[in-house]
Design a protein around this ligand. Structure first.
Ligand SMILES: [Zn+2]
Length: 256
């Protein structure tokens, strides 16, 4: 199943919780720079979170109102389970807390979650449909994403966040109807990668269906391909060249 990946393609391990926290924050800051680079930001909307490795009911997130393209490690804030900012002196986006606290609570295996109002993701979300396995890349989401088939305004209360967590289920992603995409992973790297490739998968299906009838990969082949390209490890590995690229281009993102 993982024969496509080199043997050394594994998440790093850490000797201390401080090292692991710094690593997660570096990956998080890099993910914001990539989202900014790819144009996934829309004003102040969007958030990526990573669970603290020590206080597992807390997560690190972007300061509300700061451009993704400017975020450094030192700008990240830590929020506890009540929504209080316990590290950093910026505000947290209430929607980020309402959604991500409930997703992290519903899925103890999830280390990170990503959401933004990217153009193809929100366009596809307006259709109220799941994505189909029409490309190899789309197979990463085959029988592994869900639809939150409801829209009740900006998500500000925990009950709404909980319903999104319930809709996500055991999947790696959920399409929030009339809103956008949300992806999760066992690392920031993985959650960010699923978001990036899901956004492009939405774009590919919109382009294909605007031109003609898209041929679907048959379910057996789609399931096999999902095992190849859709594993936690494959998601993590796919992010590594993007991380190397964005750090080289924007080394200040690592400022502590
Ligand atoms: Zn949103």
């Amino acid at each position: 199943m993982t024969a496509l990946l080199p043997d050394l393609a594994h998440l790093p391990t850490f000797d201390s919780v401080e090292d692991e926290r710094l690593h997660r924050k570096q990956r998080l800051a890099a993910s914001f720079r990539l989202f900014g680079k790819f144009g996934f930001d829309e004003g102040v909307a969007g958030h990526i979170t990573v669970r603290d490795p020590e206080h597992t009911d807390r997560f690190w997130v972007n300061p509300f109102g700061m451009n993704f393209k400017h975020i450094r490690v030192s700008d990240l804030i830590c929020v506890d389970h009540t929504g209080a900012v316990v590290e950093g002196d910026a505000m947290v986006n209430r929607a980020a807390f309402a959604i991500h606290s409930q997703v992290h609570a519903a899925r103890p295996d999830v280390v990170a979650a990503a959401h933004s109002h990217s153009i193809y993701g929100k366009s596809w979300s307006a259709l109220g449909r799941l994505l189909d396995p029409i490309t190899q890349d789309a197979c990463a989401f085959f029988e592994d994403h869900a639809l939150f088939d409801d829209y009740t305004g900006v998500v500000l209360d925990l009950g709404e966040g909980k319903r999104i967590g319930d809709a996500l289920g055991d999947n790696k992603a959920v399409i929030l109807r009339n809103h956008g995409l949300l992806t999760v992973g066992h690392s920031v790297d993985e959650a960010a990668w699923w978001f990036i490739t899901m956004e492009r998968t939405c774009q590919a299906q919109i382009l294909a269906e605007s031109t003609g009838h898209a041929v679907h990969i048959d379910p057996d082949q789609a399931a096999k391909t999902a095992e190849q390209v859709g594993s936690h490890r494959a998601g993590w590995f796919s992010f590594q060249p993007l991380y190397d690229w964005i750090v080289e281009e924007h080394p200040d993102l690592l400022d502590e």
